[in-house]
Design a protein around this ligand. Structure first.
Ligand code: C5P
Length: 301
């Protein structure tokens, strides 16, 4: 049987329920301990195998329905495709089309997720050449936030983010299907290297032993997920973008939510109880950040 010629894959967003940056490493990266969970909200990536002779000059091309998204070598989809071809020696050509829904500069992992979708698509279209370990190593080379998307469920991340293990089944079951509200100011995006740089400058790390203890307390069921919620980046990102903590405090006060920053931001999220007044919460977000603010309900998978 021939492999398919066109493949469309869902490329989920993620949030970090727990993100402790524990220190700076000699290689310039940071060590972290994180719990990241993919959502049922995300982008869609279509890959179509082309005749290499008919395809224009480049082996891989990318189109995107959002003109603000770069479709050149800066895009992780094309970087992932190039890395796949180098690794496997695949000589085929492919055209990618990206339906972009995940805001960029948000800490929702959109670009990293797209890169993993591209690797998966090429692996299937090219005849499933790479095994899980090779795929994971390739994903880690493309970006520290890529490997978290491979298991397809909530994970614990260690190292610079490349050491990923699925959450134990009991802990994953406690998260599965939980409703969250995602929201991001339209005019604020955070570049991850800047956020790490500020952390390095301020030394606002959480000691690794403290981070592991907090995670273990939640994993063994002694603490609810609200007690797990933590993000090292809030200390630096909230100092620069004051509109974030101002709104988060209001949502806490008026709606008893426990909102947090995701990744290095600027997107935030809050778990929604069954009776949450979503319309009133959304109105409060839009009042603070304007009608162009991104607001979206999603579920943890
Ligand atoms: O791995 P990735 O290329 O996505 O990382 C982008 C930048 O973010 C790195 O160059 C580094 O400055 C910072 N980073 C870090 N520690 C991590 C992940 C990323 O310092 N664990």
């Amino acid at each position: 049987m021939h492999p398919p010629q066109t493949l469309t894959l869902f490329s989920p967003a993620k949030i970090n329920l727990f993100l402790a940056v524990t220190g700076r490493r000699p290689d310039g990266y940071h060590d972290l301990l994180s719990v990241a969970a993919p959502l049922d909200f995300g982008d869609e990536l279509t890959a179509r195998v082309e005749d290499p002779k008919a395809q224009a000059a480049s082996q891989f091309t990318l189109e995107c329905d959002d003109p603000a998204v770069p479709v050149d070598g800066d895009n992780l989809v094309l970087q992932a495709a190039a890395a796949f071809a180098t690794e496997t020696g695949w000589r085929g050509a492919a055209a990618f089309r990206l339906a972009k829904r995940i805001p960029t500069g948000a800490g929702l992992g959109g670009g990293s997720s797209n890169a993993v979708a591209a690797l998966r698509a090429l692996n299937q279209l090219g005849g499933a050449r790479l095994g899980a370990d090779t795929l994971a190593a390739l994903a880690a080379r493309i970006g520290s936030d890529c490997p978290l998307f491979l298991p397809g469920g909530p994970v614990v991340m260690r190292g610079r983010g490349e050491q990923v293990e699925p959450l134990p089944a009991a802990a994953a079951a406690r998260l599965h299907g939980r409703r969250v509200l995602l929201f991001k100011p339209a005019s604020v995006g955070v570049a991850t290297p800047w956020a790490y740089g500020r952390l390095a400058a301020t030394g606002a790390y959480l000691p690794a032993a403290e981070a592991e203890h907090r995670l273990a307390t939640w994993l063994d069921g002694r603490a609810g997920v609200e007690e797990l919620l933590f993000n090292s980046f809030e200390a630096v990102v909230f100092r620069k973008f004051l509109a974030l903590p101002a709104l988060l405090e209001r949502l806490q006060r008026e709606f008893a939510l426990a909102p947090r920053l995701s990744g290095s931001g600027s997107a935030c999220f809050a778990f929604l109880p069954a009776d949450a007044p979503v319309a009133a919460i959304t109105a409060a977000i839009r009042e603070a950040w304007g009608t162009v603010a991104f607001v979206r309900e999603a579920r943890l998978v």
